[in-house]
Design a protein around this ligand. Sequence first.
Ligand code: FAD
Ligand code: NAP
Length: 313
Amino acid sequence: MLDCAIIGGGPAGLTAGMYATRGGLENVVMFEKGMPGGQITQSSEIENYPGVTGEVSGMEFMMPWPAQCQKFGLKHEMVAVNRVSKEGEIFKIHKEDGTISQAHSVIVCTGSSPRRAGFAGEDELFGRGVSTCATCDGFFYKGKEVAVVGGGDTALEEALYLAKICSKVYLIHRRDSFRASPNTVERVKNAQNIELILNSIPQEVYGDNMGVTGLLVKGDSGEIRDIKVPGVFTFVGNDVNNQILIQEDDSFLCDVNKHGEVIVDISMRTPVHGLFAAGDMRLSAPKQVVSAAGDGAVAALQAISYVDEKLNS
Ligand code: FAD
Ligand code: NAP
């Protein structure tokens, strides 16, 4: 029986793991389906985490976090969790390999995943020229032209990253103003080799046996522009990974809002005793590493109080 099961090993899960173990909980396991680190490992640069100065990639930034947690006793099980249920006072962690772990408390930190933009050919050519990760795939297009779709922080930051590797970046956005922070918008506008294609929506990505060869984009007056590029990067937001909370009867273990975000109080508690949610997946998350880490710490401190009270009453 685990004192605490942490599902997800991004900034929220790792910080929860460190606080839970360092705060005295025994038998704390972080269930992470891949390598720990979360979404930020896909980022080419992080410059808004306190104390981080200079050019640091998301991967480099997250590298020391798991070892720091293990020092305090956090165990990592590399497995995907299919579902979390509660039977009486006990949580059950149903894992993809068919086994079940049991826990007194659970902190869910499964974050969010990149959304598809929805244009023709996107799914068929995904991984063959269509990508959602510039740091993973940008190098394949060294010296070539690429297209980026989206108008948020991710799209603009990754367009800037690609502009350093590629000969030209076409930034396609469906409106003429951006969600991204003004500072980032300014940098994009000043970049010599980024062409803004505004008020425009991708219609179709096309290609051949080798992969993508171009993208058709429709402007607001209906004209179609054919952009001949071998790489298309889409950054159109994220969906909350809340599937593990869906029960056999299709209800959620705890409440979620219309965006699928888990409803928590300011202590990261859900109304289900012993169940906490932290990071990008919780209600109104600022979707930042610093806030995800903060949430993880808050949730772990609450889990410690919950388990102490439960085992000692
Ligand atoms: P995540 O980082 O999403 O981690 C969730 C983890 O849970 C993942 O490792 C996933 O594998 C795991 N998981 C999911 N489902 C399961 C399951 N069923 N079983 C087991 N494991 C599971 N924020 C900033 O503050 N500054 C930045 O500069 C910045 N840049 C970014 C650039 C990019 C390209 C992206 C995509 C995001 C960026 N962000 C940035 C946002 C930041 O990465 C997120 O806010 C943060 O990672 C959220 O942390 P999290 O722990 O809540 O979730
Ligand atoms: P986002 O802010 O939701 O932006 C998504 C963008 O994609 C929007 O511009 C949106 O257009 C566009 N879009 C959505 N669906 C589309 C579609 N089907 N076709 C074409 N365009 C589409 O997502 P994000 O940029 O990934 O950022 C997510 C969160 O992480 C944000 O809170 C962000 O601030 C944060 N983040 C922060 C940093 C940082 O602090 N440095 C870096 C990266 C991300 P509209 O604008 O018209 O809706």
